[in-house]
Design a protein. Sequence first.
Length: 402
Amino acid sequence: MGSASQPDCQQKSTAEASDSFPEREHGRGKGISNEPGGTSAELLGLQAATGTSVRPASDNPCNVLVTGGAGYIGSHTSKALAQAGYTPVVIDDLSTGHRESVRWGPFVEGNIADRSLVRAVLRRYDIAAVIHFAGSALVGESMCDPGMYFRNNAAAGTALLDAMCAEGVKRIVFASSCATYGYPQSVPISETHPQVPANPYGESKLAVERQLRWFGEIHGLRYVALRYFNAAGADPEGELGEEHTNETHIVPLVIHAILGKLPHFLVLGDDYATPDGTAVRDYIHVSDLAAAHVKALAYLRDGRESVALNLGLGKGHSVRQVIDVAETVTGRKAPWRVSPRRPGDPDVLIADASSANAALKWAPQFDLPEMIDCAWKWANTTRSKRLFSDGRDSIEQTLLTR
């Protein structure tokens, strides 16, 4: 039996993992839902799955389905999985993700709402567990289009869970959010804090958490729901980073302002009940988040009970502090100006992550200066600069922030 961090399997090389799912021109995988000439499952070379499978739960702990694995946190987690000896099998519709971020295992382009496709992937790759990132994740956008959030998060989550149970896959790590708590009644926020979402995004994430509980009660599904606070940073080795067409996160936006891609960074309000008047948030390095997902898989493999856990640094930084640290790390000034605050933004959001520290034997390894340093190095890579290869020399700061 292997240790908690190393699965009992022979890790495939990246080339072997990729070769197990042949690619076509332009780097996109076969088995794609929008390819003409058949259903997604048929394109995988499998009969569309119907009914309940008699396939036993996989004895191979290597293969892990990563939904949304072409995205920011999903791609970093895929890399961490490969380093820990797993083979991440990514399914992503590329609506916001990037094909070139899938580098550590097979790739299937498709949507998790397609039950037949998901069942075919689970069966073909003998999937042992699922890490579920796929969905929509902008608070402001959810207030404009709540239906999209309930379709992409809650309803698609149901389809995924149905497919898993039909194929006998009973372990899942779910990327939830601190948005399920709503406005904090106390800080730091622990897992026992009431969950009263203040927007459709948080409500849709909570809807999935509630489904997990019932699928556990009725079908024996075991889960770890990880409630993120504010992800930041980039892969320390420079292979991955944030690549959002419409950026919403503070660290890349401040860096864009330093690089001249934004005329200035907008500080959304300076009248909060905080020492410098700007909102305080708990930032956590994306690689620390990725590590927590690998630890959560080990937790489930050990047969432990389902649980929801906060992931954060456990320390707050204000918007002004983030700007100051970015200027120190980069050695450059960040142009910024104050804009009116958005209604409903809490003064302070800080995680109590002690439960995750204890249950997963996990602790964050990066502080805020290191997060910004990694993001700064990523922003100056050739791949990151390709975001502006369409001739644009500036971007806009969207206010649809988390």
